[in-house]
Write a protein that binds this ligand. Structure first.
Ligand code: ADP
Ligand code: MG
Length: 429
């Protein structure tokens, strides 16, 4: 059994004093489609510094949760996972580089706007600000060189075998961490249930909601960094892709996929022959830089909500006459906005704040089963109350947002705003 020793906890507290360094979508894309071994090495080094800081912030926060929430067995379990992953990283040796290699690394540091794929608008390259701390928690002197290294493509850097081995071990370590954290969302949810049970409270306080927003948002960021790094290292380079980011994400195609999946799930769940239609309005081929799996996740969740509302309003015997759900895509300068409109009867105004809270659902509550312990946490049809709040976090992660407007007695419109400029700073809390 893993135990957080006082020594480890001291280390964690030390690391948690350092600020997290954000990485924007654009910065990740500046890596180019096929990073060199030297670039991957530098990125490994960056993440080796950054991830322990992010994990430490989370352990500290879990430790300081109010009202005894932090003592719930499931929350303790999650805290242990974060601490263990922190330990894995700080115990992983940094490579010893010869003087010569260190010199060549320094020489190879440069900003190269040519690395930017042509589809990325307005290449304003802005190096990350060096933080005021020049000493990294590991005790090493870090400098601007480290801060900007994440998006420098180091072509001419010859990788020594030691550097290549380091990258390989590092990638395996973070992939293992990502797997360990797969069940975090359901386990935290379980912890909240334990807490509700103990406090005999039905609603959870605003500060707990805010903690969950911060916590899950941070998880999205950590998983994005790990997923991106491992994809760059492992996957063969694909056209229009940089790791898991697609520089020409086709909104129409992703929406079509999400529609098919949501309708299929709806038919299964209600035993329908035909789920309500979804009409899509999409002006031309809209392409933009995004992570397709995030977009798919959000649209799938929103469509399931609309389909459910329509079916439950009209009943399962109304199959041939359901009013269609409309999905409208708008292409602006700043945003791509997707509106999903249904005639599912809407939500009473007093209920609107609740829909953004975790675990609020009007569907029959679902068991938290390990089979849902997947990384992306997709509930089958409804019943977890995570669809809306998590989708909003995904939208906000890359500078977008999710809004919901209801007309009680008629239907609901949700607006999914996606930032096209992709240079918003990573939200770090
Ligand atoms: P879940 O779908 O698991 O209940 P969500 O977070 O997706 O969780 O939604 C929370 C609640 O918000 C739903 O249970 C439902 O009551 C309400 N809701 C969401 N979308 C709609 C919609 N389009 N029409 C009516 N009610 C909705
Ligand atoms: Mg839902």
């Amino acid at each position: 059994m893993f135990q957080i020793t006082p020594q480890l906890f001291d280390k964690i507290k030390h690391f948690a004093r350092f600020p997290q360094t954000g990485v924007s979508l654009r910065q990740m894309v500046m890596f180019g489609q096929k990073p060199s071994a030297g670039t991957l090495f530098k990125a490994s080094q960056f993440l080796h510094e950054e991830l322990p800081i992010r994990l430490a912030h989370r352990v500290k926060e879990l430790h300081e949760l109010p009202y005894g929430l932090g003592e719930m067995p499931s929350i303790l379990k999650v805290k242990d996972w974060y601490a263990q992953s922190f330990k894995d990283l700080i115990e992983l040796p940094h490579p010893h580089l010869s003087q010569e290699v260190r010199e060549s690394l320094k020489r190879a540091q440069r900003n190269d706007p040519k690395q930017l794929p042509p589809s990325v608008p307005n290449p304003s390259i802005r190096p990350m600000k060096p933080t005021t701390n020049s000493i990294h928690p590991s005790g090493k002197m870090t400098d601007f060189f480290f801060q900007i290294s994440y998006y420098n493509n180091i072509d001419e850097l010859a990788c020594t075998p030691e550097m290549t081995t380091y990258t390989d071990t590092f990638v395996k370590t973070i992939e293992n961490i990502k797997r360990r954290h797969d069940p975090v969302v359901t386990t935290v949810a379980q912890g909240i249930l334990e807490y509700k049970e103990k406090r005999k409270a039905n609603l959870i306080d605003t500060d707990v909601q805010q903690f969950l927003d911060r916590f899950y948002m941070s998880r999205i960021g950590i998983r994005m960094l790990i997923g991106q790094h491992s994809a760059l290292y492992r996957l063969p380079s694909r056209k229009d892709y940089v790791g898991v980011i697609c520089t020409k994400t086709k909104v129409h195609d992703i929406a079509q996929d999400a529609i098919a999946n949501a309708r299929f799930i709806c038919e299964e769940y209600y035993g329908l022959f035909k789920a309500p239609e979804v009409q899509m309005f999409c002006p031309g081929d809209i392409e933009f830089m995004y992570v397709p799996s995030h977009l798919n996740h959000m649209l799938f969740e929103l469509l399931k909500n609309s389909l459910r509302a329509v079916v439950e309003r009209f009943g399962v015997d109304y199959e041939d006459s359901y009013p269609p759900v409309k999905l409208i895509i708008a292409h602006g300068k700043e945003d791509i906005t997707i509106k999903i409109s249904d005639e599912g009867g809407g939500i009473p105004r007093s209920g609107i704040p609740l829909v953004w809270t975790y675990m609020y659902t009007t569907a029959e509550a679902q068991e938290l089963e390990p089979e849902y312990n997947r990384s992306d946490f997709r509930a089958p049809m409804a019943g977890f109350g995570y669809g809306l709040p998590i989708s909003r976090l995904y939208a906000r992660y890359f500078g977008g947002d999710l809004k919901l407007i209801s007309m009680e007695g008629y239907g609901t419109d949700v607006y999914l705003h996606l930032n096209r400029l992709s240079n918003s700073d990573e939200p770090l809390m």
